[in-house]
Design a binder for this molecule. Sequence first.
Ligand SMILES: CC(C)(COP(=O)(O)OP(=O)(O)OC[C@H]1O[C@@H](n2cnc3c(N)ncnc32)[C@H](O)[C@@H]1OP(=O)(O)O)[C@@H](O)C(=O)NCCC(=O)NCCS
Length: 200
Amino acid sequence: MIISMLPVYIFKLGNEIINQNKFCILNFVKNFELVMPNNIISDKAKIGKNVEIGSFCIIDDDVVIGDNTIIKSYVELRKATIIGKNCYIDSRVSSSGNCIIGDNVTIRYDSIIARGIKIGDGTYICPKVMTNNLNTEHEQIGGAHIGKNVFIGTGCVIQHGIEIGDNTVLGSMSFINKNVPKDEVWFGNPAKFQKKIKKA
Ligand SMILES: CC(C)(COP(=O)(O)OP(=O)(O)OC[C@H]1O[C@@H](n2cnc3c(N)ncnc32)[C@H](O)[C@@H]1OP(=O)(O)O)[C@@H](O)C(=O)NCCC(=O)NCCS
């Protein structure tokens, strides 16, 4: 009797906590989402079906998370961060908001997603990638526009306002301060063109 009532109780309690925008102190299930303890989730966030969220995350107003996306722990998604379907957002990723992340995107741990950034479908961002929004006068230029199926190596720094074409590879530890055309490999500090990517 008690066992059969328990899921209903958790479902109701979870909904109440999420709607009141308070600390969630219990695991709960809502519309097939699996959300772990100790998150702050705005009641104005839209969370798709089958989404998993770890612990100690902050999910602000107007955040959208697409179906089947996994959000690990200590992730901060600030206002109006839009994330597509089937994405993997690793631990300690932080988004400053007003940005659009496509479908099937992976963002590995400790990466920073600048305000205004756009990331195309299928792009893979390795750990500790930094993207910038401000210039040295502290003006908000906006984060880079990154194409589809781009691979960004570990530790890259991508300057504000940069355009990165589809299917490019940015080598690890590169400083990207120029636009990168599609189908090219760039690396270095500052990053330079290395070679064309041959299409299969
Ligand atoms: C950019 C990259 C894809 C190039 O791979 P590649 O075409 O096989 O290049 P090679 O390894 O043959 O290296 C060619 C030359 O470029 C240099 N080089 C390669 N990547 C470099 C980089 N990121 N920065 C500076 N130099 C680099 C190599 O040292 C080598 O120099 P040499 O000819 O003087 O010896 C690869 O080096 C890279 O950075 N991959 C990303 C790795 C990563 O971040 N993985 C994280 C997984 S989570």
